[in-house]
Design a protein around this ligand. Structure first.
Ligand code: HEC
Length: 146
């Protein structure tokens, strides 16, 4: 609080961590994993679209990171994990099979991207990146509020 006050004197935005009421902080943990996922995905997207130089070794390292993260967030949606300020839709808990399917589709798209990154050809990488982006979006459309 004191730090927050001090900072707010000099800065327009004051960093305030979310209040996570769960004993295992599952909301904080899954959000941190989605942020790491986004941090890996952004430069991958830039390389695929030509806005960043295509370097196979860099791409591969990022995709390996993305794959390592791809099965991690799901453990942090336990039965008692639906509480504010989550943006997850109730469907995560009421339609577990569909949620699981969306995870599997996503993980399969990430694995296909890994194979494309290993092969190192730009066009297949672009298509695989599009497929990953679409599987993020598909899950968000069904299971996350904007
Ligand atoms: C199987 C479903 C699913 C997939 C696949 C998925 N997400 Fe999400 N994502 C969610 C859900 C559900 C939330 C809401 C979490 C919450 O607020 O409790 C979320 C939240 C997020 C957030 C917000 C985190 C925050 O701090 O509030 C980001 C960013 C994000 N996802 C990025 C991605 C990216 C990038 C991908 C693909 C590379 C992806 N997600 C794939 C379900 C998914």
């Amino acid at each position: 609080m004191a730090v927050c006050l001090l900072l707010s004197l000099g800065l327009s935005a004051c960093f305030e961590p979310i209040k996570d009421t769960h004993p295992d902080q599952v909301l904080t943990k899954r959000r941190a994993l989605f942020k790491q996922t986004t941090r890996a995905m952004e430069p991958i997207g830039l390389m695929a679209s030509g806005r960043k130089e295509f370097k196979q070794d860099e791409l591969l390292a990022l995709v390996q990171e993305l794959e390592k993260l791809s099965d991690k967030p799901w453990a942090y949606f336990p039965a008692d994990g639906n509480y504010p300020p989550t943006h997850a839709k109730p469907a995560v808990w009421s339609q577990p099979d569909a949620f699981k399917q969306a995870q599997e589709n996503y993980q399969a798209s990430v694995h296909a991207l890994l194979l494309a990154a290993q092969a190192g050809k730009v066009e297949p990488v672009q298509r695989a990146v599009d497929a990953v982006t679409n599987s993020c979006k598909a899950c968000h459309r069904d299971f996350r509020y904007e």
